[in-house]
Each structure stands twice: as structure tokens, then as C-alpha cells.
Design a protein around this ligand. Sequence first.
Ligand SMILES: [Zn+2]
Length: 391
Amino acid sequence: MHTAPSPDAPVDSPAMHELAPYADAPRLRDARSSADGLRLTWEDDAQARLPWLWLRDHCACTECRHPQTRERLALPRADIDPASETRLEGGHLLLTWPDGHESRFDGRWLHQRRPGSTAISPLPAPRPWSDDYRLARVAHAAFTGGVDGERAWLEALLRDGLVLLENGPLADEEVSRLATRIGPLRATNFGARFDVQSKPNPNNAAYTAIALALHTDLPNWQHPPDIQLLYCLENDAEGGESLFADGYQVAETLRQEDPEAFRLLSEMPIDFRFQDEDQDIAVCAPILTCNAEGRVVDVRFNNWIRDTLRLPAEVIEPWYRAYHRFWTLLHEPRHQLDLTLRPGDMIAFDNRRVLHGRGAFDPNTGRRHLQGTYLDRDMLESRLRVLARHP
Ligand SMILES: [Zn+2]
């Protein structure tokens, strides 16, 4: 069946119950029905075949999709007969199924979702640091005063894994107020909010004045916190500069310079564990986790809470050499970013990617006080998608 485009009579666009924008996409020019689906052509000459099962499953009528929650109400089928009638109106698609059910699709919505198209996303791809990497900086007033500053902060954090917010107020709990704009605080065994300052009788290295080598927080959890925010309220002690290294970049350096070391760290799960009087939080996972394409997507590195190394005897020594090689690369100046946080600064980083540490400081020369919390990366991505609704 060949359906000619209808005259340009104004037609109400079908409601797709979709909040992400699609009004800029091309409309449909042609629809040809066949046994294996509908062959669609859009105004920009893009073409795609959509199987009948897919079209029926994506019906956006109020029987098939809840108009308030936008959730799918109908189960997909295993097979279906072709639509008995196919029409284009104003660049949109109207189908009547053999059982009389009617489906209406906005042609622009279909264009965004046609097979073979790349998903449209406002999220930046992670970009490993390179020689020309520069720390992104956003003014506190820009973050709180409008969406552009907040968007710039979110994009830098998802792209680089690190962003500095500058010139904020010296206000207790400002870190919580900023974090709550993005999402709920992620609590751990150290609480939803923590203070980093030297204090008597520490139960954790972060509460002392000693230097902290590069690490990620809480790799002993099945799901370590994604994003860490550290807000500086006081920093006049001598020393105590913050150190960062991009685990993605250093892992790629390791992969190039020592592929066998990379293989050991990415394939051998090891044990991480925290234990105190009340808790025993442990997981077995590799230092580097790769996705299906082989790209490193998760870095667990924290020498304090590595547990007993349980590996086959013949792997133990090569594993230690690989671990030491990664440690050495991480701490090379070419991979490291040093930063002295000023009061009113907030550093945010992706704890599943960027390692952090700090130089030793002398608590007798002044006070040092940071307030920190964690956020889920899901909430950063969600916030960027919401901001993208009104570009
Ligand atoms: Zn329907």
C-alpha cells in the first residue's frame, strides 16, 4: 500500500506523553506498508522500516500509555497482523489495527526513534583528561542564579569527572543546599553528610592531618558513591592541597604501556573491606571494570581498605607488580592535578572515576574544615535532561 502525503491542513499533533523535546525533528513525508512493517520516509529523506510489533507496542493512546504517569500499560505481543489502514496527516502517522484499535504517532517523535538513528541525549560523553585538560570552574552565583551555570557544572562533571565551584558563601551546610538542588544526598556508613577536619581519636585516615594518597571512596561497597562534593569552609593550615587524577586516563596509559598489567587489574576481582564495631562492608571486584566495548567505566582504588588478597598463587606476584605500576602512574606529576581549595570553593568529582588525595597539613598552623556529601550520578543525568526540556 502506498499512502500519499496529505495536504498541509493543520492537524493536532498526536500526544506522545513525552517530556523530552522533539518538535525540531522532521515530519513524515511517506509511509509504505508491507508484511514486515512500515517503511517510513521523513522530510529530510531519512528512511527506516518499523516492524508492526514495535508500532503496536509504542501506541501512545490513553489505553496503552497512562496519560499522567506516562508509563506503558500494554504488554507487547509476540506477533501481530499489519495495520488495516495507514494514513499520514500533517506529517504524522495514523494507524488502524485489524481489531479496530487506533494508534497516532507524531512524525517528529518517530524520527528521533527510528532504527539506525543515534539516540539524542543532552548528556556529554566522558572525556579522559589529556595534555590540554583544564579544570572547569563555575561561579557559585552562576550555579544558583540560573540554569546556564548549573548546566555548565553538570556537563563538566559528567564529561571530565571534576569541576570547581568558586566564590560561595562561608555558610554551614551550604554543601547540602547545593547538593539538594540536584538530588537526595547519598548516605553511607559515614552518614549523609561528613566533615573532613583533623579530630582527636580518628576512626578513618581522612580525619587525621596526614597526607592521603590517591584513592576512591568506599570501593568496598557494591555500589560506591558516584559523585562526591567537598565544600571548603576553612583552609589556613599549611599544606593540605587537594590532589586528583583521572582514573580513565591513567588506565588507558596503563593499557598502552603494560597491557598485561591492565588485563590483571581489569580481570582479577580482589577483596575490599571495611570493618568496625558495628559494620563489616565487603565486596569482591576488580580495580578496573570495563563495559561491553572494553572501555573502563569504573575504578576502585583504595589501598587502606584492600582486604586479604585471595588470588591463585601464580597470579599473586604479577598482580602486585601490576598494582604497583598503576599506583606509580597515578602519582606521576603528568597525571596529577593539584589544587588548593579556598574557603567558599566546592570541588565535585566522579568517585567512580577520578581519584582524590591530599597533601599533609600542619594542624598547628591553622584550621582546615571541609564539609562533604555524595550524590548519585543518576540524579545529575536526570537534572541535565530536565534542563534540556527548555533549551
Ligand atoms: Zn493504544
